[in-house]
Structure formats: structure tokens, C-alpha cells
Design a protein around this ligand. Sequence first.
Ligand code: NAD
Length: 255
Amino acid sequence: MSDRVAGRVAIVTGAASGIGEASAIRLAEEGASVICADLNAEGAEQTAQAIVAKGGTAIGYTIDISDSAQCDVIVAKAVSTYGAIDILVNNAGVNLPGVFHEVTNATIERTLSVNVMGAMYLTRAALPHMLKNSRGSIVNMSSVNGLVSEPFLSVYSASKGAIVMFTRGIALDYAKTGIRCNAICPGWVDTPINHAHAKMLGGLDHVYKTIDSFQPIGRPGTPREIANLVLFLASDEASFMTGSIVSADGGMTAQ
Ligand SMILES: NC(=O)c1ccc[n+]([C@@H]2O[C@H](COP(=O)([O-])OP(=O)(O)OC[C@H]3O[C@@H](n4cnc5c(N)ncnc54)[C@H](O)[C@@H]3O)[C@@H](O)[C@H]2O)c1
């Protein structure tokens, strides 16, 4: 345990798995009290328990972030439990790949309601509390696909591009208030969200054997490598950064 975000209160969505789980753990290791939020109740609880077992402070919380009422309630819960909301990590997401002319309304609606509207609902709910304290850091999980697309990802890419511009908009509107908003664009990170896309590309083994064809570093990223960046942006170490779109992609967008 260290103290880079000591005394701060964080909500991390998608905390049951992958990047969100690693981010919740990383923030707690550096002193934050963390609400580990996810649609997957058991996974959210497991992440919180893992934090507590190591001496950190966390609770698991079940939420569907596509429901605005639930987003209001989780922010109220953070404030009533820990007294504030200082850090919001809008990380939960879905990736439902497809050939675009075959994509269903359900796929479009789910992708946009989770990946875009969920982040908007939570940000809107958190901002009044951050304004009251003149302090807040919002970290949005975009993707390299918010900057460049890949086969079968037109709907997902549209959602991640929206997050890039949402991040810039919030950064500008709140620049003078002590509230910062930045986005991270990860490349291919080894988590379950990619499994359906990998299947369409010939299977996960094939993707990993050929990964240097699109990710020059030649390997997938790890959730903790992205979580380290979440921690930095959430902390006061990034005090001059707002509206930044930061890639962590093993060189994918350097090509
Ligand atoms: N893994 C990658 O290669 C990669 C690359 C770029 C961006 N990202 C982004 O990183 C974020 C985290 O993804 P990950 O890779 O850790 O995937 P993951 O599948 O391991 O985790 C995603 C989590 O989000 C949760 N979730 C989904 N819908 C939800 C909802 N409506 N409400 C609450 N929780 C919900 C899931 O239950 C899951 O625990 C996503 O926004 C994803 O788009 C991932």
C-alpha cells in the first residue's frame, strides 16, 4: 500500500474483470476507497474482497450502467458511504462485433447505451459532488478504436470515438473547476471482451501468433499496464492534464 490517491473515493465500473478489476486494485493499493461496480455481482464482490484481504478499502456494487437511475444511486451510495466522489473511472464496456449490414438493433442499442450513455449518466451524476469539493478526476476508457477502426468493429469504434469527444467536451466545460477529464485508448489487452472479435478474426491463438502484424510490441497488453495509467491520470500527478487522449497500445497507432 502507498498513498498516491490516499483519502480519495473512487467508483470503477467494469470492476469484475480485466482492466476495471486491475484499476480498482491499483487505486486501492495507493490509498483510495473504491466502489467496485459491475453488472456481474459476484465478480464485483470478488474484486472488493481481494482488495479488503490486502488491507484496502472497497465494496462490491451491482449496477447496469445503461440505466440512468442506477447511475444516480451508485453516486449517492459513494457519498453516503465514503463522504465524496473524487475519482470516476468509466471503464465498463461491451464489444459486440459484426458485419455491419447484419448488425441488429439490439447490438447497436446495447453498445451505445453501455459504452457511451453509461459514461454520460455516471459523469452527470458525479459532477455536482465534484463541483462542491472543487476536485475530481474522470478517466474514460476509450480504445485505439476511438482513433482507428478494425474489421467488424464499426459500432464499437463509433462508441469509442464518441467517448474521445465526450472527454474533450467535459474537460473544456469544467476546466476551471478543479475537475479533470481524460481518456485512455488501449490497444489489444488480454481480457474476455475481445473473445468474440478474436473468433471472427480466426481465433485467439491465431490473433496472438500474428499480433505483431498490428501491435508492433508483439504481445497483448496486460490489464495492470492500463491500470497504471488509470492511477496516474486519477492522481494529482496528472494535475496539468485535462482533455488528453492517451494511447497505451504497444505502438498500434504509431504505424
Ligand atoms: N481488452 C482490450 O483489448 C481493450 C482495448 C481497448 C479498450 N478496452 C476497453 O476497456 C474497458 C474494459 O474492458 P476489459 O478489456 O477489461 O473487458 P472485460 O470484459 O474483462 O470487462 C468488462 C466489464 O464490464 C462489465 N460490464 C459490461 N456491461 C456492463 C454494464 N451495462 N454495467 C456494468 N458493467 C458492465 C462486464 O461485466 C465486465 O466485467 C472497456 O470499455 C473496453 O472497451 C479494452
